[in-house]
Design a protein around this ligand. Structure first.
Ligand code: CP
Length: 320
């Protein structure tokens, strides 16, 4: 991550991740306050460029920009000049000419966020590019863990499911290991990246092995839109071998966090009683998504330090 853009968490330092998470914790207080509005990004323009469907990421960037006081413009890709054949770089340069400060892009091709960043002045935030990375998702996942843990060092996080197609898995692997956590992955052989040995993870043969003594379990969405038929025999069999159910939780740590980036296929990656149960932090992840995106946008516009120095409204200043 350079100061201009957030493309991925590969190579990002623990120090910078910590800085953003600390910022997000303070941003969360703003989000949960009655006022829910500050002027930190007044005068800044944020453009959302979503070339793939989204509920959580798109809405939370929208909410985050508005809470920070920025101007928010959503590019409706289906009714934009993209449909007339305009290419991505020309679209980016067009938004640059409108004095965009931040472009948030989700795209079905890996590498597109980096390509855009190399061709525009505005800061680019990768909101998910193909099979590559989804860095703000991993940051919000880490924020949810850090709310419960003093430190990531030595914690075991199990990622279960469709690892091959998951940009969420890749960003979490880079981010969590940078922070000192241990990551174990588990999924059907057909849904495991061919080069999994190049990632700093342990590969478990069974879901039981993966969650044994785990501090957090993250189910990953079965991305049927990105795969051919025949990657596994049936949904029922997939759930049996890779689904998160109540029996499985008994093998994990007693205060295990159950997480999922969403959207959830209930009864496939995770059974409903677990999704809605006492160990589930899925709704907390969504709230933290807004806070993390507020912190990332503040960081990229060089406003995070100013925000961190501000006294919360109504706080007493104790003279030295
Ligand atoms: N987790 C996530 O990226 O969800 P959306 O596809 O709804 O944005």
């Amino acid at each position: 991550m350079d100061k201009k853009d957030l493309i991925g968490l590969k190579g990002v330092s623990a120090e910078l991740i910590t800085k953003i998470l600390d910022g997000a914790f303070k941003m969360k207080k703003v989000l949960l306050s009655n006022q829910k509005k500050i002027s930190l990004l007044n005068g800044k323009s944020v453009f959302l460029m979503f070339y793939e469907p989204s509920t959580r990421t798109s809405s939370s960037f929208d909410q985050a920009a508005k809470v920070l006081g920025a101007n928010l413009i959503k590019l409706s890709v289906n009714s934009s000049s993209v449909k007339k054949g305009e290419n991505l770089i020309d679209t980016g340069k067009t938004l640059d000419s409108m004095k965009a400060d931040i472009l948030v892009i989700r795209h079905f091709c890996s590498g597109v966020a980096k390509l855009l960043a190399q061709n525009v002045q505005a800061s680019v935030i990768n909101a998910g590019d193909g099979l590559n990375e989804h860095p703000t998702q991993a940051l919000l996942d880490m924020m949810t863990m850090k709310e419960k843990w003093d430190s990531f060092v030595g914690k075991k996080v199990a990622l279960i499911g469709d690892i091959k197609h998951s940009r969420v898995a890749r960003s979490n692997i880079w981010g969590l290991t940078a922070m000192g956590a241990k990551v174990t992955v588990c999924g059907p052989a057909t849904l495991m990246p061919a080069n999994i040995e190049n990632f700093p993870v342990t590969v478990a043969k069974t879901k039981e092995q993966a969650v044994s003594d785990a501090d957090a379990i993250m189910g990953l969405r079965l991305q049927l839109e990105r795969q051919d038929n025949g990657m596994f025999p049936s949904i029922r069999e997939y759930h049996r071998y890779y689904g998160i159910d109540q029996e499985l939780l008994k093998i994990a740590k007693k205060d295990v966090l159950v997480m999922h980036p969403g959207p959830v296929n209930r009864g496939v990656e995770i059974e409903s009683q677990v999704k809605d149960g006492q160990f589930s932090y899925i709704n907390e992840q969504v709230t933290n998504g807004v806070a993390v995106r507020m912190a990332v946008m503040a960081y990229l516009t060089c406003k995070l330090d100013e925000f961190m120095k501000e006294q919360p409204k109504g706080a007493k200043v104790i003279p030295l």
